[in-house]
Design a protein around this ligand. Structure first.
Ligand SMILES: [Zn+2]
Length: 344
């Protein structure tokens, strides 16, 4: 199953320069937070005239525990969680089955998979292809590996590879939106691929990093959902999915500027709701990491759901502080790259 997202294809309402100047004058923090988010999307929607799409592939064909011994170990592990967890899990499963039908099986598959990988080393991802798309390998490495710009537990052991490619990503039709090509992909081997369509993106460092941040933050959400995370037990998984399904169905669900979950066209209603939940979660993680103040102010309930999961692996992670530090780091890198290679 695949997912994707798109930025708005419409032209921004204000010119970039004007927007930037206006931003400086805005004293009220909350206004500036919202403007900041709108500005990034507006800037990207102009450089990427057509929709930018983020894809998730390989969903649902995951493998669980392998072999009789491993299976016995897993059963022991389940028993050690106690009867209360077992009962609550069964109850949550029944409730979820009403909403997403057979897709409920992905919780167990994900939990077994995490168990079978429990002793794997939590190494940072291998990065390749940065320079080809116009990013600095050193900067990307610092962003993802060296720094504290993203929650480490969401990356190490959860994302195995970060590969950059020039050109549009594969087109997809699984969501009934076959005219869009993907900007990023996450697959079940926890490898991520990022596509830089030069005809759409241009070559400004600022825009390239904005684009990468947004797409990466979405994909890292997929890498840490109820199927893929190594940091959740089966009850955590079921409860997280339950909350996200509720959020997708609620009237005040995140929608509009960056989300596309509402566009997904899958005929089977249960499959559709499940696919929407997958994408809704990835979009929440994206907004939590890139626009934390906006999410906290506009969608506090959604912010809370992500924060709780992040804190399981990274108890001291502060998304607002991390975001400010990341921005400052990128601003200085962008300024440096512009200085080194001035426009002709
Ligand atoms: Zn996605």
């Amino acid at each position: 199953m695949r997912g994707f997202e798109s930025f708005p294809a419409t032209e921004p309402t204000e010119p970039e320069g004007g927007n930037r100047d206006k931003l400086k004058e805005v004293d009220e923090k909350s206004e500036s937070v919202i403007e900041d988010r709108d500005m990034v999307y507006a800037r990207l929607s102009r450089v990427a005239k057509r929709a930018i799409v983020v894809t998730m592939i390989g969903l649902g064909v995951g493998y669980g525990v392998k072999g009789i011994e491993e299976s016995a170990e897993y059963n022991k592990h389940i028993d050690s969680q106690g009867a209360v967890v077992g009962e609550n899990f069964k109850q949550a499963e029944v409730e979820l089955k009403d909403e997403i039908g057979r897709n409920v099986r992905f919780i167990k598959i994900g939990d077994e998979k995490a168990f079978s990988e429990r002793n794997d080393e939590r190494t940072p991802p291998k990065i390749s292809g940065c320079e080809e798309v116009g990013l600095s390998e050193k900067v990307v490495g610092e962003l993802l590996i060296e720094g504290t710009f993203f929650p480490k537990g969401f990356i190490n052991g959860e994302v195995s590879e970060v590969n950059f490619h020039v050109g549009p990503g594969p087109t997809l039709d699984r969501y009934g939106l076959d005219e869009k090509s993907s900007a990023g992909e996450y697959d079940i081997t926890s490898r991520t691929d990022f596509y830089f369509d030069k005809s759409q993106l241009g070559s400004k460092a600022r825009e390239l990093y904005d684009y990468f941040e947004l797409v990466f933050a979405h994909e890292v959400g997929h890498a840490n959902d109820w199927e893929e995370s190594h940091n959740l037990n089966r009850l955590d998984r079921a409860q997280l999915l339950g909350k996200i399904v509720e959020r997708v169905k609620s009237k005040d669900a995140l929608d509009g500027i960056s989300t596309y979950h509402s566009e997904i066209k899958i005929e089977d209603k249960e499959d559709q709701l499940y696919a929407k939940a997958k994408e809704y979660w990835a979009e929440l993680v994206c907004n939590y990491l890139i626009f934390p103040e906006w999410l906290q102010k506009e969608h506090p309930e959604d912010f809370q759901i992500v924060d709780e999961i992040v804190k399981k692996s990274d108890p001291t992670f502060d998304p607002i502080k991390a975001n400010q530090e990341r921005k400052a780091f990128l601003n200085s890198e962008v300024a440096r790259q512009q200085y080194l290679s001035p426009a002709p």
